[in-house]
Design a protein. Sequence first.
Length: 250
Amino acid sequence: MYSEADAAALYDLLNPWDPDSYPSDAFYYSLVMDAESVLDVGCGTGAMLHLARDRGHRGRLAGLDPDRAALDRARRRTDIEWIDGTAAQAEPGSGFELATMMGHAFQFIVSDDELRASLAGIHGALRPGGRLVFETRHPQARAWEGWRHTNPEDVADLVDHAGRAVRVWHDVDSVVDDVVAFHGTVADPDGTVLLVEHARLRFLDLAALNGFLVAAGFEIEAQYGDWDRSPITAASREIITVARKSGRTD
């Protein structure tokens, strides 16, 4: 059997955080290092905040996530705040300068009510003028169509933290309106299944996304279609958003 701790360690192998190698990580890294205080919403195993501290960030760094196994790995570093909770549970009045949601974490907020509560929580945790920065896959790219075990580009073979050879892939279960349900599988190389994890992602279009942000008290400062800060076009695969907390009173 594959434990939750095993899955958290595997996540780090599958998704190494390295701003020197990945344009998406470089985009966030510069923002984080320039901010006095950062709340990473959906921080997972804390790789970004670990690196920021390693490279000299001296301000307040906090990670928020409801996944206990991921936070256990994050807590290997004790000079960062680690908070067990969801975006909706972010502490009001925290006064963060920057809130981030990386790794398409924003898309795991599926229902309208949960999204409103999450944005309200982040809004309340930011100082006046503070910024929320996140990315979501642009629905026009239909990224989910490549998530299947028969697609070689979506199958990863690797050796995990315990020295076990494993194979990882995803399959889509359903697409209903703007919500995609899928599952990820971890297996031995011979196909013996070790772990199956189910999840849902929401693919908001630009108009709907911005409607939620404005209603929550954010102003759209910038939106990009790629990590080089180029504009959103008909070919863009991402919606990368920088939103600023307006003057609304919480």
